[in-house]
Ligand binder design. Structure first.
Ligand code: FES
Ligand SMILES: [Fe+2]
Length: 356
């Protein structure tokens, strides 16, 4: 499986690496460990010790130095070996390092060549900044590809059928739908009219429980797999400007070709005070139930049914809701192919003495 490498992926919530804790993740088929250095800045390095391939997550962190549990070599956040209990520090034993930035309540990691990592290109999830919002955060590990996850969020026609008693209603198919590409973004926008939502959704959107409402559900995708659902509602017939929009982040990172990390969140303005904090904590737990009990088994079974093929290698049916996901996947594949071509042409210029 190939992935876009020159891109910012989410590697975890910022709260997942507490001072002195070592967090291990498999990302794009590579073992990565993350920790905070002495100054508190996040660091990401290969999780495999270059001496005998021990897992560094089994080691310990001491004053910003990661000590291997097997023979005691120590590595700093820059990947250099800085401690050898048996003598001189071996300069050739280095860890691969990954640029990592803490922003918008998340840890963003760059999986490509480090000199291409521009923090200005980190996707805008400012609504998740803790200074501005109460953020309820969740995580699921899903045994399905990130492509299936992207299609799941970009085609929310499924909420009527897969989540009929939580996120959906019988009115969804009667609403309006459009998708569009706007530069690097894909938008998949849906509006549902005159539906009675379950109390938790109505409360999240600030509309009266048990009464008809008009709900908009607008999804934004940005490569490789960072999505937002901007959703809000107003009492039926009222203008959208009177409603409160609640953004939910849906951040996917491939773990392997057939499994994904899924970080999700819901944000409410800090200005709401304790009510906003209570809503953020309660609503993220509400969302987790359909994600875990409906979507997760559906996606994992889809992955099984693909029988070892990727979506790109598979002949698929077509419904109107598929267009946004298909465009997103084609944009991903174009970048994967461009990176492969670029790597191949770099190989063309490899000196014969190295290539032999
Ligand atoms: S395997 Fe890590 S020090 Fe030997
Ligand atoms: Fe779903």
């Amino acid at each position: 499986m190939s992935y876009i490498r020159s891109a910012w992926y989410v590697a975890g919530w910022d709260t997942e690496i507490a001072q002195r804790a070592i967090l291990e993740r498999r990302l794009l088929d590579e073992n990565v460990v993350m920790f905070r250095d002495e100054g508190g800045a996040p660091r990401a390095v290969s999780g495999v010790c270059p001496h005998r391939y021990a897992s560094l997550a089994m080691g310990r962190l001491d004053n910003g130095v990661l000590h291997c549990a097997y023979h005691g070599l120590g590595f700093d956040g820059g990947g250099a070996c800085v401690h050898n209990p048996f003598g001189a520090v071996p300069k050739t034993m280095r860890l691969k390092t990954y640029p990592v930035v803490e922003r918008h309540s998340a840890l963003w990691i760059w999986m490509g060549e480090a000199d291409g990592a521009d923090p200005a290109a980190i996707p805008d999830f400012a609504f998740n900044d803790p200074a501005a919002s109460w953020v309820g955060k969740g995580y699921l590990n899903v045994k399905a590809s990130y492509e299936l996850e992207i299609e799941n969020i970009l085609d929310l026609s499924h909420i009527q059928f897969l989540h009929p008693t939580t996120l959906g209603s019988g009115e969804v198919a009667n609403g309006t739908y459009e998708w569009k590409q706007d530069g690097e973004f894909i938008w998949s926008n849906r509006t549902v009219f005159g539906e009675v939502m379950v109390p938790e959704l109505a409360q999240a959107m600030g509309v009266p429980v048990g009464e008809k409402a008009d709900r908009w559900i607008n999804v934004r995708w940005q490569a490789p797999s960072n999505l937002v659902i901007f959703a809000g509602a107003v009492p039926a017939g009222r203008p959208q400007a009177e409603g409160r929009e609640t953004p939910t982040a849906h951040l996917f990172t491939p773990e392997t070709a057939t499994s994904s990390h899924y970080w999700f969140s819901i944000a409410f303005p800090r200005a709401m005070g304790p009510q906003g904090e209570e809503l953020a904590n309660r609503e993220v737990e509400f969302l987790k139930v359909p994600f875990e009990t409906d979507d997760l088994p559906m996606l994992e079974q889809q992955q099984c049914n693909l029988g070892g093929k990727t979506l790109r290698e598979t002949s698929l049916g077509w419904l109107p809701g598929d267009a946004a996901g298909a465009r997103a996947r084609n944009m991903i594949y174009a970048r994967i192919d461009a990176e492969a071509e670029s790597a191949a042409s770099a190989g063309d210029h490899m000196p014969a003495s190295i290539g032999a």
